[in-house]
Design a protein around this ligand. Structure first.
Ligand SMILES: Cc1cc2nc3c(=O)[nH]c(=O)nc-3n(C[C@H](O)[C@H](O)[C@H](O)COP(=O)(O)OP(=O)(O)OC[C@H]3O[C@@H](n4cnc5c(N)ncnc54)[C@H](O)[C@@H]3O)c2cc1C
Length: 456
């Protein structure tokens, strides 16, 4: 470790704590959402306010440490080694304020969507959250943020209106379209490479209720259901977002009773419109006769956990890809690799519809303006031991091979392993991100989960 000054010099400047390997809560503090990840930073700073963040950034810079900002640890796996790195974990920055009339929200950088969406719903509003209420607004927004309303309203990053952060020189900045617009642009897609964000403000949308739910089919009907779904989605309007998954639930208490321990092929939908119209749009799938159908007119809060993502930390391995439209042969290859009869142990294989606003760049958009492709694929398995870990890896690899011919790109938020971040951007965007990085963080103090090095 390179530290010149002892860690106590930082603690003395902060209201919040600094946790190190000699503290009894070291393991609990550095634990992240994926229990298979073992983060080993030099120390974890837990700032309580912006001044604490400044103290932590100043200390790291002066001590030869790098800084990795973190909010909830849902994408911590991507960091790789955190040797000589101070983890600045903003979990205690928990401010939430909703201006319903202006349709604007301000949150501290540690806030999870679960503290925002229900409040908005009470006001007949919805934010652009994703599938899990446990995910943090900060990391989600800084990486893009693709959720239920994305085909209508785009990525969450482009609904962000202002960001407050501490930059590499220890300066508190507030950036928006008019103030330091290059930095504002880079932050919206560039993750934690430009500073420690302390607060985010964003626009939300009027949604009193919507037609949403899940149709459950027997797992064995995967091919038939996925064929119908894949043919249907290109015909749907931007107001409809539909996902389809192969789910194999564990027999665990966090899984709701009716599906606990069961395996299903499911089709989800969230439609900004009436029940009559929504039913008509989804008819080709519903005509297949789901075993269970939860679709109804619901307030936007119902989207919070509709995807049934695991609410608590667990060990998992994951793969993801952005795909073109899947032709019949593609669906067949996917089902052969991880569907019924394959022996797949994967808990989830999820296809999300893209397109609509996700494919249209709006004026003033950030670095992550759009997502390429027609579908997003994410699959994960939960290994219990070495043997099941091997099986999970094998099936994830065979899924990757099955969809390779249709692969058109990658989405940073879903990539949870160390990688070359240039793969997420086109050449011009990548070059501009590196230039902004050189301008604001020439010495590469900040280590975002997906690293952007400064331009030479
Ligand atoms: C169960 C689950 C469901 C998900 N569903 C969706 C979904 O529907 N749509 C979607 O788009 N993504 C989804 N994701 C991916 C998720 O958006 C990313 O993992 C995201 O990076 C998580 O952000 P976080 O703040 O919760 O996690 P963290 O691991 O805390 O943050 C991830 C990264 O964001 C940056 N960051 C976080 N906080 C700060 C800060 N204060 N200052 C500067 N940088 C910061 C850092 O680079 C950090 O490494 C899901 C992930 C999981 C595990």
């Amino acid at each position: 470790m390179l530290t010149a000054a002892p860690i106590e010099t930082m603690s003395a400047q902060m209201r919040g704590r600094v946790v190190t390997a000699s503290d009894p809560d070291w393991d609990a503090t550095r634990q992240v959402f994926n229990l298979a990840t073992d983060l080993k930073p030099a120390a974890v700073a837990l700032p309580r306010d912006q001044d604490d963040v400044i103290a932590a950034v100043d200390y790291a810079r002066e001590s030869g440490l790098r800084v990795a900002p973190q909010a909830t640890g849902h994408n911590a796996d991507a960091h790789g080694s955190l040797e000589d790195t101070l983890l600045v974990d903003v979990r205690e920055l928990q401010e939430v304020s909703v201006d319903a009339r202006a349709r604007r929200v301000r949150v501290g950088a540690g806030v999870k969507w679960e503290r925002v969406s229900p409040k908005l719903s009470e006001h007949g509003l919805a934010g652009l959250h994703g599938s899990s209420p446990d995910v943090g607004v900060a990391g989600y927004s800084l990486g893009g943020g693709m959720g239920w309303l994305a085909r209508k309203h785009g990525l969450q990053a482009n609904s962000v209106t202002a960001i407050e952060l501490v930059t590499a020189d220890g300066r508190a900045a507030r950036v928006d379209e008019e103030h330091e617009p290059d930095l504002f642009w880079a932050l919206r897609g560039g993750n934690g490479n430009f500073g420690v964000v302390t607060a985010i403000e964003f626009a939300v949308y009027p949604v009193e209720e919507l037609y949403a739910g899940v149709m459950f089919f027997p797992f064995e009907r995967a091919a038939e259901v996925l064929h119908a779904w894949a043919e249907l989605v290109p015909t749907l309007p931007d107001e409809m977002m539909s996902w389809a998954s192969l789910l194999q639930f564990p027999d665990a208490p966090f899984v709701p009773e009716p599906v606990r321990g069961g395996s299903f092929t499911v089709v989800y939908g969230a439609f900004l419109g009436s029940e009559t119209e929504g039913r008509t749009l989804l008819r080709p799938v519903r005509d297949l006769g789901p075993a269970m159908d939860t679709f109804a007119m619901v307030p936007p809060a119902a989207l919070g956990d509709m995807a049934m993502d695991p609410p608590d930390p667990l060990p998992f391995r994951i793969t993801a890809a952005l795909l073109d439209d899947l032709p019949r042969a593609g669906v067949d290859e996917l089902v052969a690799a991880v569907g019924p009869g394959s022996g797949s142990p994967l808990g989830m294989v999820e296809l999300r519809q893209l397109g609509g606003a996700l494919g249209r760049e709006t004026p003033g958009a950030g670095a992550r303006a759009t997502l390429p492709g027609a579908l997003s694929l994410v699959a994960l398995g939960v290994p219990q031991d070495e043997a099941s870990d091997k099986a999970v890896r094998t099936y994830l690899a065979s899924l990757d091979r099955a969809v390779l011919p249709y692969r058109v790109g990658d989405y940073a938020n879903f990539v949870m392993e160390p990688t070359d971040a240039s793969r997420f951007f086109d050449a011009d965007t990548w070059a501009r991100l590196r230039q902004v990085k050189a301008l604001y963080d020439r010495t590469d103090l900040f280590k975002g989960n997906h690293h952007i090095p400064p331009a030479d």
